[in-house]
Design a protein around this ligand. Structure first.
Ligand code: NI
Length: 251
């Protein structure tokens, strides 16, 4: 069930039996020579759609912009200031809470979102601590950070999986959008690894945008495997989360 394709009466009826909601969040940023600018939003959006097929769950519209300051030296990247993203996520949760939602499950596609989104959760908990009523519960599920995904990526690609414009995320985005697959030769085959500071430093050290990866290995077929694993892992995680059977720290 998609929030954007529901009526308010349907949302009200949903709230009579469930108070959890899935909110995909991504970024609009460069992903190397063959990765789509929308990769980080496309992956969680597709995973959320797969979860929706398995469960009766409401999925909110994807937050397509994130905190991508470090990618700003590459054309097409859009970034929110960290403070903007904190406000945006806080306001989304606060709005939904007013209607009776209690469990907010963010499926995240971008590492740069982790500090601002977890800060937003702290804002929500801080404000809720001064009020009565059911306490909100927020969870940030970074789809690429679970054992099933990292094991498959290691098995298929070894060190070529990399750290940005990874093979697994490019593959999953290709599975979601096979019409957008790009055939691009990579030089060097595997990009260098290293630390970054700001956008200019990033471009200097990683001129084509990749960090440590060879995303030329990405295929639609592999993308479907990552998709299936992510849907399975996150569906189980969501069920635990809404049932209260989850002691992990949010984030
Ligand atoms: Ni990415």
């Amino acid at each position: 069930m998609q929030l954007a394709l529901s009526t308010w009466q349907e949302v009200e009826a949903y709230l009579e039996h469930a108070t959890g909601i899935i909110i995909p969040i991504g970024s609009t940023e460069q992903h190397g020579p063959n990765g789509l600018i929308g990769t980080d939003a496309i992956c969680p959006t597709r995973i959320a759609a797969g979860m929706e097929e398995k469960m009766n769950v409401l999925v909110a519209p994807t937050i397509n912009y994130g905190m991508a300051q470090h990618h700003m030296a590459f054309a097409g990247t859009v970034t929110l200031r960290p403070s903007t993203l904190i406000h945006l996520v806080t306001d989304v949760i606060t709005s939904l809470r007013q209607h009776g939602f209690s469990h907010f499950y963010f499926i995240n596609g971008h590492g740069g979102n982790i500090p601002p989104v977890t800060s937003a959760f702290c804002e929500v908990y801080h404000a809720a601590g001064k009020t009565t009523g059911p306490a909100p519960r927020c969870r940030l599920a970074n789809w690429w950070r679970n054992d099933a995904i990292t094991e498959l990526a290691a098995k298929l690609y070894g060190e070529a999986e990399g750290h940005h414009a990874t093979v697994s995320e490019v593959a999953l985005s290709y599975f979601a959008h096979p019409e957008a697959v790009k055939d691009v030769a990579m030089t060097p085959e595997i990009a260098p690894n290293g630390e970054i500071y700001d956008a200019a430093d990033y471009r200097l050290k990683f001129p084509d945008g990749r960090i440590g990866s060879n995303p030329a290995l990405a295929t639609v077929a592999d993308g479907e495997r990552f998709y299936q694993l992510a849907v399975e892992a996150l569906t189980a995680d969501y069920r635990k989360f809404v049932s209260g059977d989850n002691n992990e720290m949010a984030g």
